[in-house]
Ligand binder design. Structure first.
Ligand SMILES: Cc1ncc(COP(=O)(O)O)c(C=O)c1O
Length: 472
């Protein structure tokens, strides 16, 4: 065997034994050293490479342990036959690295983005630091399936004070995101149950229902939210809605429709409403509107919400509140499940809420988003002869209607060429129907307030839309 194969880098941070081990291993894998070949003795190789015999001993021991070589007593080490290489082939490796990366834009109006500059890291770190300590060693063990009682209690208090939702911590189930919780809710209903969904709506929810092969009735949405008269014409038993801020149109469910929805549900024991209150914390016009759940006198509303908008999407903490009747079904179906959220994370959130930091954070974020919202709407006002905005009363996105000779797709392409991410409304419809007037979701949560004006100007420029003529 050619001992010169191994070029050791003495200045490297990588220990010499590791370099030697990797060098020999790669030579075996690439068949530069053939099966049955004898490796140089430790003494000879040590002399040749001018390193200690111990270094060689460690490298050989590792190769031996991993089955690349075998030892024959008093004769030496020999390369072993390896049936199948436990390593990814080079071409596979290359294709993994070539996997298409998510498109990134210079300006991204992604409705899912939040402000990441105002997060109270210091406070969060304090709670994390306190918890990762042996006084909390009990948290190393599996917790309660519905989530930690302390967090469920904080959520129940918060829901009562800020959303008018009256519930007991026992009714609350915590899970890692709406995406994980909604399929659990589906499992509370038998196969014959049919569902109705807002159209347009949240694509993750559309996908979830189709993946679970559930019968779905798409129900149209107008400026008052979901059209309950259309729901009444279907055989749906359960309807999923976003009453506080319809996703994606931004419509707020009117008082009349709220009453109609609750009356619809009250007409049959099998009927329920799933209320997704995902971004209700951020409202810019008028007084906060209580959740639909707060008006429900018949235990017909399954309330769900998330910390994705109010804290961070990466936390993956959401929850639902079950009416008592469904709680019994839940206890039957999910008796053996563990919570999907780490206990430490749950306690950080609970302590953060319990000490008043969540309320403080929400107040602060509300001011920040209001500033962004006001800036965005005032800049867009300058283009009002060519555009129209709706859904601007709450949340972190608005709906932009563009009067243009180009289609939604063509306008999106123009924006994409200018490295601007813009999200067409058709992508949120169950049938991807494109209306004659182009409409886009314009998320402002992730754009710094000082960048809003230039971002809008660049968007309008790429569409050749001019500001209003001041003389008219
Ligand atoms: C309608 C709706 N529900 C829920 C969520 C949050 O989902 P998750 O809790 O899985 O992050 C979003 C996020 O954008 C949403 O738009």
């Amino acid at each position: 065997m050619d001992m010169l194969l191994f070029q050791l880098e003495r200045d490297s941070d990588k220990p010499l034994y590791d370099q030697l081990y990797n060098g020999i291993k790669e030579a075996i894998i690439s068949k530069k050293i053939t099966v049955g070949e004898k490796l140089p003795s430790k003494r000879k190789l040590a002399d040749f490479l001018n390193i200690s015999q111990t270094t060689i001993e460690i490298a050989y021991a590792q190769l031996l342990a991993e089955g690349y070589i075998m030892s024959k007593s008093r004769i030496g080490y020999f390369v072993e036959e390896i049936d199948e290489l436990p390593y990814i082939q080079q071409d596979t490796m290359a294709s993994i690295n070539e996997y298409p990366k998510k498109k990134s834009y210079k300006i991204d109006f992604n409705p899912g983005s939040i402000d990441i500059d105002a997060f109270p890291f210091q406070t969060w770190r304090k709670y994390a630091k306190e918890l990762f300590d042996d006084t909390s060693k009990e948290l190393l063990l599996t917790g309660e399936p519905q989530g930690e009682l302390s967090l469920r209690t904080e959520i129940a208090n918060y829901l009562y004070q800020s959303r008018g939702v009256v519930c007991h911590p026992e009714q609350i189930v915590i899970g890692s995101g709406t995406e994980q919780l909604l399929p659990m809710i589906l499992r509370l209903f038998n196969e014959d149950t049919s569902f109705a969904l807002e159209n347009p709506g949240y694509p993750a929810v559309h996908r979830m229902f189709s993946q679970h092969k559930r019968k779905v009735y798409p129900i149209a949405v107008d400026e008052e939210g979901i059209i309950i008269h259309d729901l009444e014409k279907t055989n749906a038993n359960v309807v999923y809605i976003t009453p506080s801020h319809q996703f994606p149109t931004g419509a707020v469910l009117s008082a009349t429709r709220r009453a109609q929805a609750l009356n619809w549900a009250a007409q049959s024991t099998s009927r329920y409403i799933i209320e997704d209150d995902y971004d209700s914390e951020f409202r810019y016009a008028g007084k906060p509107i209580p959740a639909l759940h707060a008006l429900d006198r018949n235990d017909k509303v399954i309330y769900m919400s998330t910390f994705t908008k109010s804290l961070m999407p990466s936390l993956r903490v959401a929850y639902f509140v079950l009416p008592p009747k469904l709680l019994a079904t839940y206890n039957d179906v999910f008796n053996y499940y563990s919570s999907t959220v780490p206990r430490f994370d749950q306690h950080i959130v609970a302590n953060f809420m319990g000490d008043g930091h969540f309320a403080k954070h929400l107040n602060r974020m509300r001011k920040i988003y209001r500033k962004k919202h006001d800036k965005l709407t005032s800049i867009l006002e300058k283009y009002s002869s060519s555009i129209n905005i709706t859904g601007e009363q709450a949340g972190m996105h608005i709906l932009l209607e563009v009067q243009h000779t180009f289609s939604e797709k063509q306008l999106q392409q123009l924006a994409s060429q200018a490295e601007i991410g813009i999200y067409p409304l058709s992508a949120y419809r169950l049938d991807h129907y494109e209306s004659s007037q182009a409409q886009f979701l314009l998320g402002f949560g992730g754009i710094p307030v000082q960048a809003i004006e230039s971002s809008i100007e660049q968007l309008m420029d790429c569409w050749s839309i001019q500001k209003n003529d001041p003389s008219t």
